[in-house]
Design a protein around this ligand. Sequence first.
Ligand SMILES: Cc1cc2nc3c(=O)[nH]c(=O)nc-3n(C[C@H](O)[C@H](O)[C@H](O)COP(=O)(O)O)c2cc1C
Length: 218
Amino acid sequence: MQLIEALQRRYATKAFDSTKKLPNVVIEQLFALLRLSPSSTNIQPWHFVVASTEEGKARLAKGAGGSYSYNKSKILDASHVVLFCARTQIDDEHLQKVLAAEERDGRFTAKPEVKAAAHNTRLAYLNEHKFIKKDVPHWLEKQIYLNLGSFLLGAGLLGIDAVPMEGIDQALLDAEFGLNERDLTAVTAVALGYRADTDFNAGLPKSRLAADDIFTLI
Ligand SMILES: Cc1cc2nc3c(=O)[nH]c(=O)nc-3n(C[C@H](O)[C@H](O)[C@H](O)COP(=O)(O)O)c2cc1C
């Protein structure tokens, strides 16, 4: 599918066909999107809870009660739902895990000294956010949104329907999945699958601000 076509076709799906499931070949590509997303200094401050069973989706749907209930049927009827979680802090264990992965993946074979440089750069960025900008959780959450954007585009290119949902009770889901104990917190969720014939939003035209409003060409 061409890029513009995919951008026009994808939309915030409000009703999923609960009888249609994503095939494994698609799920593998969706996992690749999540895993291969870029992040600042390759810090990868994320974790994904992926629900595809009725039980799993019911657990996630607990986060769509009360004022978030408009999202409940999306979670229950989708084929898969991904809960995007952010790390709440970066400790040395995480830094060493990233460094070990980079070494395992062969990024330091040509010049061994690059390993120390990679670690020091990541640590310097982290310390800048810790001690100067004082915004570590915010910085880490930004990386989640970057992943989310690439995920939605990728899903669109694969012809998969999806809806991102900030309308979830993050604290409730933190407790449901024991996330805080693992230095994680729920940020947003994406329901994926195939649109239902009844989805009112599928037939509505896409609407965006005019190009003149958002571009300054110099
Ligand atoms: C971060 C984010 C959170 C969103 N949260 C919800 C949500 O909780 N429920 C929902 O139905 N749509 C949600 N949306 C969908 C937006 O309303 C939708 O993307 C926007 O109106 C643009 O329409 P389009 O995606 O159909 O092009 C969210 C979108 C984003 C990017």
